[in-house]
Design a protein around this ligand. Sequence first.
Ligand code: BGC
Ligand code: ZN
Length: 365
Amino acid sequence: MKAIAVLPGKPGSVHLAELAKPSVSDVPNGRGVLVKVLRVGVDGTDREINAAEYGVAPEGYDFLVIGHEGFGQVEAVAPNVSFLRPGDFVVATVRRPGKSLYDAIGLQDMTTDDQYFERGINLRHGYLTEYYIEDQEFVVKIPQGLREVGVLLEPMTVAQKGITQAYEIQRRLKVWRPRKAAVMGAGTLGLLATLVLRLRGLDVTTFGRTRRPYLNADLLEAVGARYVNTAERTISDAASELGPYDLVFEGTGSSAVVFESMQVLGKNGVLVLTSITGGNRKLEVPADRINLEFVLGNKVMVGSVNASRDNFETGVRDMSQAEAEYPGWMRQLLTHPVQGLDGYRELFDRLQNPNGAIKIFCELG
Ligand code: BGC
Ligand code: ZN
């Protein structure tokens, strides 16, 4: 069967590879689930892997099958699979356990190991292929009513984990009642983080670099959030009117915005950082002031990567609530389908030059 792969370490190496079709018996303990891939989303991580910024092939291979935002349908299950059946729609999580204590309790997203295993990213093949096989422990069922948007679940879980972590941390305050949130970045992640915060009833301002007319700005307003274009208004200027914020979710990919976010966070507030900043940028910042305000205001800053099975399950529930509250909204994020694995060049051309695209995805069905 075909798969889209890269040669890690070699920039621009994306190509079609050939793999043997897996079978349920490839997974030990009779818990194997064979999934037929229907759709796979791509994001900046895939672009950076193809640029050879990171990404490692599994042991015994010189290529890495990419794609970590999968959506598929169960084709066969091994005898000990208990909660999935052929025909079910599913999404598999991304990270697989290593050796730390956190991995042992199913929180491999919190691993303290130096090495981590992520399907489609690091040391494990991904989902841009015709079929994959997985232990049921890592496969999450998607309700029928979400089949059109199931491919958004993995990016949704990145927002979900960051926001859940923020709420968990804020239990320190006994009576935390967040009212105002800011989301930095208005791409897929920013849109989904905004959605999650709106579902929790917060007043949300989302910041982005693109001027109107801008589909993403319209989508933000459709869920009752506010869009601020940073080309017209700085973050600090907007925040002096609309902030300070009880919760800030940062996912722009720019470390400069991280330090701006620290400065618009309110007293007792929590700042969630999710940007994977691969560069080596140096900045001059008002360090004394930032530190002073963090100390005097009891503020918290937390990093968040990947997501647990729990975040996938909560993500499914939030997506169901979103369909009920804002019907058809999530579907509008699926702007750029690319047909078939053979379309891999188009997939990457689009990623290189998004031109208004929100979610670019491969349609295999
Ligand atoms: C993925 C996460 C992953 C992270 C770091 C993101 O693009 O969505 O699942 O943990 O990259 O590799
Ligand atoms: Zn991703």
